[in-house]
Design a protein around this ligand. Structure first.
Ligand code: HEC
Ligand code: HEC
Ligand code: HEC
Ligand code: HEC
Ligand code: HEC
Length: 178
């Protein structure tokens, strides 16, 4: 070949680079997308249906007002209604199966902090926050979806914004790590 173009000037090479870039970008976006997906749950529990029927968050997660842990409903709470509802479906058969085997439903946590972080619901509810401000719009979800970016900065930013007068105490390491 006479006077070959420099490698980087060849269209094929440039297209090749562009393709590699797109693959990397696509991979990154895919990674971000997939980490937002809810985990596989033992029953595809529809929040939207139940909240739409008027069931309150606190009816199923009553611990949030009184203490650290909001709690999940027991199968007998589910069965209290579903025993009387004639509707049949594959998901409700799974529920009936857990009930007849007297087996707790092994829900997979999605809203969870590492063990070295202590979070308490009660003071947050007492301060007037609603569930949606931290957990997203459950009325539009089936199973709960993980929310992104709930790291230390997320806690601290809100404390600074909502309670600047108490921020010295609310940013003290020992209130969240002990
Ligand atoms: C307050 C009463 C009530 C409680 C408590 C309740 N449900 Fe339901 N649930 C309903 C009603 C009403 C429907 C709608 C039924 C229909 O579509 O006719 C429903 C629908 C469902 C469906 C969708 C059925 C389908 O496939 O279309 C699932 C799954 C379900 N419930 C599971 C549960 C589980 C699991 C629990 C406990 C964590 C629970 N429910 C607690 C009343 C209740
Ligand atoms: C200020 C933010 C915030 C608010 C407001 C909030 N939560 Fe949470 N929630 C969290 C965090 C953080 C966790 C993870 C806690 C952990 O792993 O120690 C969590 C965990 C949960 C869990 C799973 C663990 C458990 O505690 O049972 C449920 C269920 C829950 N929240 C329901 C609710 C409901 C219902 C409300 C409204 C009454 C609510 N949350 C309000 C931040 C919040
Ligand atoms: C009829 C009962 C019921 C009602 C009403 C209900 N939930 Fe749930 N919730 C469940 C069940 C069952 C699960 C476990 C399956 C899942 O993760 O979606 C759950 C899971 C959650 C989780 C994740 C818990 C974890 O372990 O990580 C959050 C957060 C949550 N609900 C918030 C809410 C909020 C906010 C509302 C009101 C808008 C609400 N729920 C209404 C039954 C209910
Ligand atoms: C959306 C806003 C918001 C977020 C997010 C938030 N908090 Fe808070 N937090 C508050 C408010 C408001 C108070 C009450 C402030 C006051 O007492 O003046 C509070 C109080 C606290 C307190 C003090 C409780 C007491 O006994 O007085 C602790 C501890 C705390 N938060 C931990 C956390 C942790 C850990 C996280 C993150 C996992 C977090 N918070 C996320 C708003 C938030
Ligand atoms: C309002 C609550 C809060 C306060 C105050 C707080 N932290 Fe944290 N911290 C968190 C949360 C939530 C996480 C978990 C972050 C995550 O999962 O990415 C965390 C994580 C950490 C980690 C682990 C970092 C990592 O990447 O895994 C260290 C170290 C840490 N905090 C140190 C501190 C120190 C030092 C202070 C005081 C200057 C402090 N924290 C104050 C909530 C808090």
């Amino acid at each position: 070949m006479k006077n070959p173009k420099a490698l980087w000037q060849r269209p094929v090479f440039r297209i090749g680079i562009a393709v590699v870039f797109l693959i990397i970008l696509g991979g990154a976006a895919g990674g971000i997308y997939f980490t937002q997906l809810p985990p596989e749950q033992p029953i595809q529990f529809p929040h939207n249906v139940h909240v739409g029927l008027g069931a309150q968050c606190l009816y199923c997660h009553p611990g949030a007002v009184s203490g650290p842990v909001a709690g999940l409903p027991s199968q007998s709470k589910c069965w209290g209604c579903h025993q009387q509802i004639k509707k049949q479906s594959p998901e409700l058969e799974k529920l009936a199966g857990f009930v007849s085997r007297r087996e707790p439903i092994p829900w997979v946590p999605v809203a969870i902090q590492p063990d070295f972080v202590h979070f308490n619901h009660a003071p947050h509810i007492a301060a007037g926050l609603n569930c949606e401000s931290c957990h997203g719009n459950l009325a539009a979800m089936t199973v709960a979806e993980p929310q992104k970016g709930q790291n230390m900065g997320w806690c601290l930013n809100c404390h600074q914004k909502m309670a600047p007068e108490n921020f010295t105490r609310l940013s003290d390491c020992s209130i969240c790590h002990y």
